[in-house]
Design a protein around this ligand. Structure first.
Ligand SMILES: O=c1ccn([C@H]2C[C@H](O)[C@@H](CO)O2)c(=O)[nH]1
Ligand SMILES: [Zn+2]
Length: 143
């Protein structure tokens, strides 16, 4: 995350770890925490929240961004996803779409684990040619 200050990256990892510790994952036991940096330099976090009706589960990444929106933030510049998995956890397809709604294509998403291994992608690497709010605006111009 070279374009983000190192202290901010450390703060994001720590917030994502907090999220991980709050995860509600009684069915999969697969705990995930996420944290995002807002365009104003604030940090918001989330965790996965599972449900007895399995399909209603919401991932950490989407909960994190929803927490940001509730806090009045709609632009984010980076996201960290924290797990205790040796194989680093990338965001699922549904989360990639929601990430593309709120983070710019060049923004960074980093997966980190409890051994401090990490891997990072840009939003456009995760979801090339994303369908975004701009596509809706273009459509309005045509109408
Ligand atoms: O990037 C990911 C991948 C999975 N999960 C959650 C959903 C479910 O609760 C559990 C297993 O898929 O992990 C996330 O929160 N984020
Ligand atoms: Zn997801």
């Amino acid at each position: 995350m070279s374009q983000i200050e190192n202290t901010k990256v450390q703060a994001l990892i720590s917030a994502a770890k907090d999220g991980f510790n709050k995860a509600y994952a009684p069915y999969s036991q697969f705990r995930v925490g996420a944290a995002a940096l807002t365009a104003n330099g604030k940090i918001v976090k989330g965790c996965n929240v599972e449900n007895a009706s399995y399909g209603l589960t919401v991932c950490a990444e989407r909960n994190c961004l929803a927490q940001g929106v509730i806090a009045g933030e709609q632009r984010f510049t980076a996201m960290v996803i924290y797990t205790n998995q040796e194989k680093l956890t990338p965001p699922c397809g549904a989360c990639r779409q929601v990430i593309a709604e709120f983070l710019a294509p060049e923004a960074l998403v980093m997966a980190v684990n409890n051994n401090n291994n990490s891997q990072q992608w840009t939003v456009s690497e995760l979801l090339p040619d994303a369908f975004t709010p701009q596509d809706l605006l273009t459509n309005k111009e045509i109408i």
